[in-house]
Design a binder for this molecule. Structure first.
Ligand code: ZN
Length: 269
């Protein structure tokens, strides 16, 4: 890993990120879910209830976060997008239909990127970053992002600190399933192989990883979903995680765009 110099005496960075998937994740998982209003209601909870609870908490803690929004949700949930931008948060790209780029034709991947960029920008967002649905990029994704002039992507799991993709300007803000809410809390009917973990267990997992990355001077990119972390017990967990970051005293809590800009200024081309 490359050690970066974080701002004003901080020794690591952390970013709270939210993928505002709503129903799109369920529809991309199985098109038949279009005929299952109960299944889709899980997704709708995200922008309608979970997101406002999360935005209130972030305002109370005075923390800015990054929200990756599938293009389809810009017109389906304009109030959600407006509230995110009004709160001073960053918005980023997350596909259009939430189809994984690895499963799209090259033409469809390009048009999804163009369309979601245009719609999010038209909604008032300043867009510099991209996260693929399921973090599952295609062989051409990095070329498309570079061509679009984006500053960063947040999909790969091969480091604990930002790095520059070889031969490109594009900065990567690496993620990992351990710091995602879905593997710990996600569950749906018929998913008998899994159980929902309690917030105390996940708090321990996330805290140990945060403190470990902090020790090495890296970046903790926490990946959450309003339909998962927006449940009341988990909003409380998020509050405790922010407290822990603030209590460490020297963690730079920033948006992905801020972290990527700092990395871009320091990493060799
Ligand atoms: Zn997603």
């Amino acid at each position: 890993m490359t050690t970066l110099t974080w701002p004003s005496g901080t020794t690591s960075a952390a970013s709270l990120t939210f993928d505002v998937d709503a129903e799109s994740v369920w529809l991309a998982m199985d098109p038949d879910n279009a005929e299952r209003p109960g299944v889709l209601s899980q997704g709708r909870y995200g922008p309608l209830v979970g997101l406002p609870l999360i935005l209130d908490l972030l305002a109370e803690k005075d923390v800015r976060a990054t929200f990756f929004i599938p293009g389809v949700n810009v017109s389906l949930y304009p109030e959600a997008v407006e509230a995110i931008i009004r709160g001073g948060h960053e918005v980023g790209l997350h596909g259009y239909t939430h189809t994984r780029p690895s499963r799209l034709s090259p033409e469809d991947e390009r048009s999804e990127l163009e369309r979601s960029f245009d719609e999010l920008t038209a909604a008032g967002g300043t867009v510099v970053g991209y996260r693929a649905p399921g973090w599952d990029v295609s062989a051409q994704t990095l070329d498309l992002l570079e061509e679009k002039g984006l500053l960063y992507a947040s999909n790969f799991m091969d480091d604990i600190a930002p790095y520059r993709h070889p031969g490109r300007r594009l900065v990567e803000l690496p993620v990992q399933w351990i710091l995602d809410d879905w593997p710990h809390f996600g569950w749906h009917t018929g998913d008998s192989a899994r159980t929902i973990k309690g917030t105390r267990e996940v708090e321990e997992i996330w805290s140990e990883e945060l403190e470990g990355i902090h020790r090495y001077g890296g970046s903790t990119i926490l990946t959450m979903h309003p339909q998962v972390t927006g449940r009341p017990s988990r909003v409380a967990l998020l509050g405790r995680m922010i407290d822990r970051m603030q209590d460490l005293g020297n963690v730079w809590i920033a948006t992905c765009a801020e972290i990527a800009a700092l990395a871009d200024a320091q990493l060799p081309r």
